[in-house]
Design a protein around this ligand. Structure first.
Ligand SMILES: Cc1cc2nc3c(=O)[nH]c(=O)nc-3n(C[C@H](O)[C@H](O)[C@H](O)COP(=O)(O)OP(=O)(O)OC[C@H]3O[C@@H](n4cnc5c(N)ncnc54)[C@H](O)[C@@H]3O)c2cc1C
Length: 322
């Protein structure tokens, strides 16, 4: 129920635009590195100093205006320049819908082409994050198109999809991030049971570690991490063939510990004004994270947000019942 509540909120466009006006609130400042490039580069440098590399995500979703997608592209180009200028150990993660996938395929393709070309010039890798099932195939298509010219790109395989194994085999020669999957997907496309998703997740990781180019294992799940540690040891898979990834602000001690143990570790560093949908999905995944917001619950603005959030959620449910 709580999961559904936060997932519903994450997709609410009114709340998304309202949240932008308030800056980082509701505890989002613990899991979002900053609202601008300068703050974000500072956070990256601090992580780099601890032996952790970063993948930087300029937050944004629900982009239906060309001007917004163009602004997002320019912000990502600015981040690429900043990574290069500061010689930071960092690469880019981006979401195709932020760059116009819901507006027009070709428009999105050209925006991504510009980003990938600039990153290529500086030897910076670009990861295409994977979103919900409706955007899956067009995102792969853009990847295929850009791969004809550029080799600095890779993507994500979401283990909850039935098609994940087929996609993994097809894209095995890419640098791939493997995740469980963050969106609510229908039963005809995706596993619904956590045990099934976890099992598929392990199988995909093992297969790609043995057969793929480079594997990013993106999870906060210590059981998976311990399993992978054992698996790479037994199969003599060298450390330069894989890395662990976690989100900024989550399990910080474990992030540092893995880096200290000599594993490649990469923190996913989100930044920007458009933090709301990202933050709500994190609460949906792990409602315990709600304690992040508990401390702020008596803050006046926060009360406004929570009131709006609850109202919008209830309205959404009533509308669905009709
Ligand atoms: C770097 C990164 C990039 C991602 N990119 C994408 C993407 O492009 N597309 C997409 O769909 N999804 C993406 N995700 C989200 C992913 O799909 C999962 O929704 C998310 O990671 C939650 O699953 P999990 O594997 O971390 O563990 P879960 O299955 O949520 O948790 C398993 C167990 O791990 C422990 N645990 C989990 N979190 C914590 C915590 N914060 N503190 C303490 N213990 C904890 C608990 O014991 C829990 O029961 C990404 C995740 C990461 C980390």
């Amino acid at each position: 129920m709580l999961k559904e509540f936060f997932m519903g909120l994450s997709q609410n466009q009114l709340l998304n635009s309202t949240a932008k006006k308030y800056g980082l609130k509701l505890g989002a400042q613990h899991v979002v590195a900053g609202t601008n490039v300068a703050e974000t580069i500072q956070s990256i440098k601090e992580l780099n100093a601890q032996g952790i590399s970063c993948t930087v995500d300029n937050l944004g979703e629900f982009v239906f205006e060309r001007s917004e997608a163009t602004t997002a592209k320019e912000q990502i180009l600015e981040v690429i320049e900043a990574i290069h200028e500061h010689q930071a150990d960092a690469h880019i993660s981006l979401k195709p819908t932020q760059l116009g996938l819901d507006i027009e395929y070709d428009f999105c393709l050209e925006n991504l082409r510009e980003i990938v070309a600039k990153a290529h010039e500086y030897g910076i890798f670009v990861n295409f994050d994977m979103e919900d099932s409706g955007h899956l195939q067009p995102s792969f298509d853009i990847l295929d198109e850009l791969a004809k010219k550029y080799d600095n790109i890779g993507t994500v395989i979401q283990a909850y999809f039935f098609r994940a194994e087929e996609d993994l085999h097809k894209y095995k020669d890419y640098r791939l991030r493997i995740v469980k999957g963050a969106y609510k997907e229908p039963a005809d496309l995706a596993y619904q049971e956590k045990s099934q998703i976890d099992q598929n997740y392990i199988q995909l990781i093992e297969w790609h570690l043995l057969n793929g180019k480079f594997t990013s294992i993106a999870t906060h799940d210590h059981n998976v991490i311990n399993h992978v540690k054992q698996f790479v040891k037994e199969n003599n898979i060298p450390n330069d063939k894989f890395e662990f990834q976690m989100l900024y602000g989550f399990r910080k001690d474990m992030q540092l510990q893995l880096a200290r143990e000599g594993y490649n570790f990469c923190t996913y560093v989100p930044f920007g004004q458009d933090w709301y949908g990202y933050f709500m999905r994190r609460l949906a995944e792990r409602p315990q994270n709600v304690n992040l917001i508990a401390k702020q619950v008596f803050n006046k603005k926060t009360n406004t947000m929570i009131g709006l959030a609850t109202g919008a959620f209830l309205l959404g449910r009533l509308t669905k019942r009709k």
